[in-house]
Design a protein around this ligand. Structure first.
Ligand code: ZN
Length: 160
């Protein structure tokens, strides 16, 4: 992350733009609280943001090969990639921008579905940020991990 202060960053993320209601949606929690809560959900499943981002990227690449047609992905998912013109900058102030490519993954066994953008993948990989509740591209980590059948749910922390 660059030198932007946490407060300035939070203001930027809350700002509505032509593209939608901002990255925090209606979430009134502080950015630090959102990051902590989502990070905790990921850790509880024995996962890391990096692993989740890598899986999302792999699905995006697999789906991309389908050129708009659905592609199968393990364990029993269907991936569809849809690209629009233009790019989006990272709101955290990183250099570079991200193609407006949206990947939709459907778990055919459970019926669950998630949609994520290339920017989402970067936000998770680089910032551990899944966006705020109510944001158009909020990716709830629990829902994400359930849909992709990732990680293990620990019943309790016993002796290893
Ligand atoms: Zn960034």
């Amino acid at each position: 992350m660059q030198k932007k202060s946490m407060d300035a960053l939070e203001r930027t993320l809350r700002q509505a733009s032509a593209a939608g209601a901002g990255f925090l949606g209606q979430d009134e929690r502080r950015l630090a609280v959102i990051l902590r809560a989502d990070g905790g959900a990921v850790r509880r499943r024995g996962l890391t943001n990096a692993r989740i981002a890598r899986r999302l990227l792999a699905l995006r690449q697999a789906g991309w090969e389908g050129l708009g047609e659905p592609v199968s992905a393990p364990p029993h998912c269907e991936v569809c990639v849809d690209a629009a013109r233009g790019t989006l900058p990272c709101p955290f102030g990183d250099r570079g921008s991200f193609a407006k490519v949206n990947t939709t993954v459907r778990n055919l066994a459970s019926g669950q579905k998630i949609t994520f953008s290339d920017l989402n993948i970067h936000l998770i990989a680089a910032h551990g940020f899944y966006e705020g509740r109510g944001a158009q591209f909020r990716l709830d980590p629990e829902q994400l991990m359930d849909t992709l059948e990732m990680g293990t749910i620990k019943k309790h922390d016993g002796i290893h």
